[in-house]
Design a protein around this ligand. Structure first.
Ligand code: SAM
Length: 276
């Protein structure tokens, strides 16, 4: 028998692929919880069966959260209520922050059982700067809104982390290249699963690679920060272009200089045409 847990809210991170990533602490809390609030009971039932327990579950997702939240918070006065999402850390591109806010406002105790999160796992695989990063979740699907969202973060000196799906990947990478310049990036796929893969390159290279081959599975894009010479003097751009154009075609020279200086390729290409 599991020991009884004190009443309150327990935020429990669960694996994003490999079920062995469920921590002993998470397993103990899920085994002892009086009630588990879940996104999808079929997904959580599989996880519970992996640790050999059955616990009562109740749905908590975007479509019912506002309606069921007060009742869940009432139950936390007497019961240990765990919150899980289908995978990873609840609240991260998943429902939950209002539950935490309102539970605390109602005087309930809130605990977290930290664990897997695709954004952080991808950052550790990307080989890009980790000292400053910004998590942006899913970009808007419509191209105008997506371009605006990207333009908003373009000046930020940090690595950027996005969640994405296979069918939208190439369009997202092309929009990122157009809005951010041809920065270094990584496409991280199926973390901790059989077909885990990390592909690195510039945004343009990655957009080309996936243009006709949308990958399967779950995906995180990590984009490096703008280059140190974010706004290099025009003379530096010109000098770099002149040198590169002695070795390369105009468009390749522009691509190389844009990448090395962290500038939008289109702007550099226009300058290259003017110099030619
Ligand atoms: N709360 C989760 C977390 O902590 O990562 C994220 C939930 S969000 C609804 C789901 C998205 O996370 C997926 O569309 C994908 O972009 C990313 N993701 C989840 N698992 C992943 C995995 N194993 N590999 C790569 N990306 C993953």
């Amino acid at each position: 028998m599991s020991e009884r847990l004190p009443p309150g809210l327990y935020i429990v991170a669960t694996p994003i692929g490999n079920l062995s990533d469920l921590s002993p602490h998470a397993a103990a809390v899920l085994s002892a919880a009086d009630l588990i609030a879940v996104e999808d009971s079929r997904v959580t039932a599989k996880l519970l069966s992996h640790i050999g327990v059955k616990r009562p579950m109740t749905p908590y997702h975007d479509h019912n959260a506002d309606r069921v939240r007060p009742e869940l918070i009432a139950q936390m006065a007497e019961k240990a209520v765990a919150l899980v999402s289908d995978a990873g850390t609840p609240l991260i591109s998943d429902p939950g922050y209002k539950l935490v806010r309102d539970a605390r406002a109602a005087g309930r105790t809130v605990h977290t059982v930290a664990g897997p999160c695709a954004a952080i796992a991808a950052l550790t695989l990307a080989g890009l700067p980790t000292d400053r990063f910004l998590f942006l979740g899913f970009l808007p699907a419509k191209s105008g809104a997506r371009a605006s969202a990207i333009a908003e973060v373009a000046p930020i000196k940090a690595s950027l982390i996005f969640y994405e799906s296979g069918p939208r990947l190439a369009a997202a990478l092309a929009a990122l290249r157009d809005g951010l310049g041809d920065r270094e990036a990584a496409v991280v796929r199926e973390i901790s699963k059989k077909f885990e893969e990390t592909v690195t390159g510039t945004l343009g290279e990655l957009a080309d690679r996936y243009a006709d081959a949308p990958p399967r599975g779950e995906i995180v894009i990590v984009v490096g920060p703008p280059g140190e010479a974010e706004a290099p003097a025009e003379a530096n751009v010109d000098a770099a272009l002149r040198e590169a154009m002695t070795r390369l075609s105009t468009s390749r020279a522009a691509a190389e200089v844009a990448r090395s200086l962290g500038l939008p390729r289109r702007d550099v290409y226009e300058r290259a045409l003017a110099l030619r």
